[in-house]
Structure formats: structure tokens, C-alpha cells
Design a protein around this ligand. Structure first.
Ligand SMILES: [Fe+2]
Length: 286
């Protein structure tokens, strides 16, 4: 069973869970679980490390960990990550310690069971070719969008590719679009991908088929699901991943009118249904 379709939640509505001192993963941190695969144990979450947080014991993980810092700073083995920094840490990489002096909120993706293992990793587990030790994404240049349909809608559009897996074609990137002019931009084709698309909205608003996403919106959309039309009055900045292969787009034949005031009509998991419709403080980023 793969991860279920979840589109979308405002992560402000997701309750924090406190991890105890004996937790098998990141003891003493707080977590907002966003989505997970019950079979592989892969999951996406926001981890919050309190100021002064420390994991002093050397350890490793048996799965890859990918992350993007939303606030504050934290360090793994002497490498410090600040807001906007990105990393991909492969399974089996030794972690002498992890710590956060100031506290940090980190959008985190584990690709499997992520208990800390306090031992030396097996020799054949760590693949250093997969390591992306640190990217300061704020210093990377924007690359203009190559898809002519996207480029025409996105007056201020651009992309920064953070990772592309040479074997699977899976990719991680940040994307900015718009702002669109509602006088001239009134309709857009819908799109379908052969792979999962996963997104966390960092800034701005974006109108899609399930509503108008605000900063902190998150979705996991399985392959083959038609979506859109996409439009943004404010301009938007989002963190994206595609899973299961390279992302290609099949556009619909006809354009569909953009609705700038779409009501919230999400596709929810049973877990998310418990809180997704709760009101939240829009001054919170997530
Ligand atoms: Fe898409």
C-alpha cells in the first residue's frame, strides 16, 4: 500500500507531537507528521528541534534523509544548516552528533524506517555518490522554466533543482510562479503526471482544484491524477519533489477557467480528516 492521496492540508492545522527522551528517532524534538507509507515507513514531516537540543551519541540511519530548513539552524556532525539550506544524507552515513543551539523547524523526508542506530553501519550501506552535504538554496540562481505553457503563465517563474537521482529520475526542486494578471490570465490547461508530486508551499497563494493554498499548504498527490488549472495572484514559492520516476506533464486539450476564490474541497486521509478543517492562525507559516 503506497501513501494515500492527501491534497491538501494547511500544516498549521496539524497537531505537534512531542517525542520523548526515549524516542527511537530524534528524542526530545517535536514532529508534525504530514504523510507516510505504512509499508516502507517512508514519511514526510516537519521536525522541530528546541533550542539547546542535542543528540551526542554517534549513530546512523538505515534510510536516506532529505531535508530543507524552514526556520532557525541545526547541525549534523559539524555541518551547520540554516533557513533555506537543503541536504540529502544517504543511509549509513556516520553521524557523530546532531544539535541545535537556536532551535530549528525542518521539513524532513525519511525514505524508510528512521530509528537511530547506535553502532557502526554495515560497510556496504553508505553510498557517498548520493550525498548532497549542503546547498544554500538562497544563493543558487533561478533557472527560467522550459515548459512553454508554464513559462507563459509564470511572469516571474523560475526553478532551482536541488537533486536529481541519476538512476530513478526522481527530483527535488524549488519553484516560483507568477504573479498572474487576472485580467489577461483567465484559463489554463490541466495537467497529469506519471509520478507522485509532493509539495510544501513556502510563500504566496496558489489556486488549484482543491482550493486556494496558502503558505504552509502540503500535498501528496499520487501518479495519474489530473490537477489544475493552476494560478497565483500573489506569486508563489514552493518546495517540490517527484517520486517514482522523472516528472513529465501531459496537458489537457482544452483550457479550463481559473477560479480565484475556490472553496476548500480537499482529498483527505482519515488521519488528516480529523484536523484539516480546523481554523488556524494565518500568521503562522506552518
Ligand atoms: Fe503538477
Amino acid at each position: 500500500m503506497a501513501r494515500a492521496h492527501l491534497e491538501y492540508i494547511q500544516t498549521q492545522t496539524v497537531p505537534w507531537k512531542q517525542l520523548g527522551k526515549d524516542a527511537l528517532s530524534r528524542p526530545g524534538a517535536r514532529v508534525k507528521p504530514l504523510s507516510d507509507d505504512p509499508d516502507t515507513k517512508a514519511c514526510t514531516s516537519i521536525l522541530q528541534y528546541p533550542a539547546g537540543w542535542r543528540m551526542d551519541r554517534p549513530h546512523y540511519l538505515a534510510c536516506d534523509e532529505e531535508f530543507f530548513v524552514l526556520r532557525g539552524s541545526f547541525a549534523i556532525g559539524g555541518v551547520t544548516y540554516r533557513k533555506g539550506d537543503y541536504a540529502y544524507i544517504p543511509a549509513g552515513m556516520p553521524r557523530p552528533e546532531m544539535m541545535s543551539d537556536d532551535g530549528a523547524d525542518v521539513l524532513t523526508f525519511f525514505e524508510g524506517p528512521h530509528e537511530s542506530i547506535y553502532a557502526d553501519a554495515p560497510d556496504d550501506l553508505y553510498d557517498p555518490t548520493k550525498l548532497i552535504a549542503r546547498l544554500v538554496t538562497s544563493e543558487m540562481p533561478w533557472v527560467p522554466l522550459s515548459d512553454p505553457l508554464l513559462a507563459s503563465l509564470a511572469t516571474g517563474g523560475g526553478r532551482k533543482v536541488l537533486r536529481q537521482d541519476p538512476k530513478t529520475g526522481e527530483r527535488t526542486w524549488v519553484l516560483k510562479l507568477g504573479p498572474d494578471d487576472p485580467k489577461t490570465f483567465t484559463a489554463m490547461k490541466t495537467e497529469t503526471h506519471p509520478v507522485v508530486e509532493e509539495t510544501f508551499l513556502l510563500e504566496g497563494e496558489i489556486s488549484m482544484q482543491c482550493g486556494v493554498q496558502k503558505p504552509g499548504a502540503y500535498f501528496w498527490r499520487p501518479e495519474g491524477i489530473e490537477h489544475g488549472p493552476v494560478g497565483t495572484l500573489t506569486g508563489m514559492l514552493g518546495f517540490f519533489r517527484c517520486k517514482g520516476g522523472p516528472l513529465t506533464t501531459q496537458w489537457s486539450e482544452k483550457a479550463v477557467p481559473i477560479q480565484w476564490e475556490r472553496p476548500y474541497k480537499p482529498v483527505l486521509t482519515p488521519t488528516a480528516a480529523a484536523y484539516a478543517h480546523n481554523s488556524y492562525d494565518p500568521s503562522l507559516a506552518y
